[in-house]
Design a protein around this ligand. Structure first.
Ligand code: PEP
Length: 251
């Protein structure tokens, strides 16, 4: 039986905001969330989970972490477990963001271990993939993304516990995006890869987000693409009106 994919717009605040700003931003998102035709997710820095969570309470906007450690607890100074994120009110966690892959040398195997830990803790993962500019220019974008999906998704991942975000590294924070045709072609390719690894039914149901310089001005054409099920938004998620305007482009 066909189930319609519910669109998801996720805000990745990255390492931005102190408590007062985070609270105000989450409050403004909560205030504008009613009637938005998609699911909304806010991923603040970990220290703002509680203040943002309080501001979002009762709004239906979900809270998420930006990363987690593969283990449940232990001697890992500075890290956070998926269980801690869940305990702080998170329902989602981003794993494998390109900034973590680049800044912290995260491999596909580590991303997969983090996703497994998140699923164990009851969190839905937003697993990020995407090619660099050099890889795209060399004609390797499809192969890179296929390898990341095969290497990062747990074997038992389902459409209920996993979302994949396609974020070309060269489009993040640059104001550049692939053309709508290129985004649609990559998302169709991603669905085919998931079909091969996890089966046609999961491929049909899994949500594929586009991320990389999504703004109110380009969201409509990107969100209208057949295989795009929402957006992972960085910079524009720091302005509530922009984030909500992007969400408003999702029917
Ligand atoms: C991101 O880093 O997840 C992202 C999509 O950033 P931006 O929207 O700023 O390009």
């Amino acid at each position: 039986m066909a189930t319609k994919r519910v669109m998801l717009v996720a805000g990745n605040w990255k390492m931005n905001g102190l408590a007062a700003e985070g609270h105000a931003l989450a409050q403004a998102v909560a205030a504008g969330a009613e009637g938005v035709g998609c699911e909304l997710l806010v991923c603040p820095p970990a220290v703002l989970l509680s203040t943002a969570g309080a501001a979002l309470s009762g709004s239906g906007v979900a809270l998420g972490g930006q990363d987690c450690h593969p283990e449940e607890s232990g001697a890992h100074t500075g890290d956070l477990s998926a269980e801690m994120l869940a305990d702080a009110g998170s329902r989602f966690v981003i794993v494998g963001h390109s900034e973590r892959r680049a800044d912290h040398g995260e491999s596909d195997a580590l991303v997969r271990a983090k996703a497994l830990a998140a699923h164990r803790a009851g969190l839905t993962t937003v697993i990020c993939v995407g090619e660099t500019e050099v890889e795209r220019d060399a004609g390797r974008a499809d192969a890179v993304v296929a390898g990341q999906i095969k290497g990062s998704l747990p074997e038992k991942a389902t459409a209920a516990d996993t979302v994949i975000a396609y974020e070309p590294v060269w489009a993040i924070g640059t104001g550049r995006t692939p053309t709508p045709d290129e985004v649609q072609a990559m998302h169709r390719h991603m669905r085919a890869i998931v079909s091969g690894s996890h089966g046609a039914e999961i491929a049909r149901q899994i949500r594929l987000l586009y991320g990389g310089s999504v703004k109110p001005g380009n969201a409509s054409e990107l969100m209208a693409l057949e295989d795009v099920d929402g957006a992972l938004v960085g910079g524009a998620s720091l302005v509530a009106a922009d984030f909500l305007a992007i969400a408003g482009c999702c029917a």
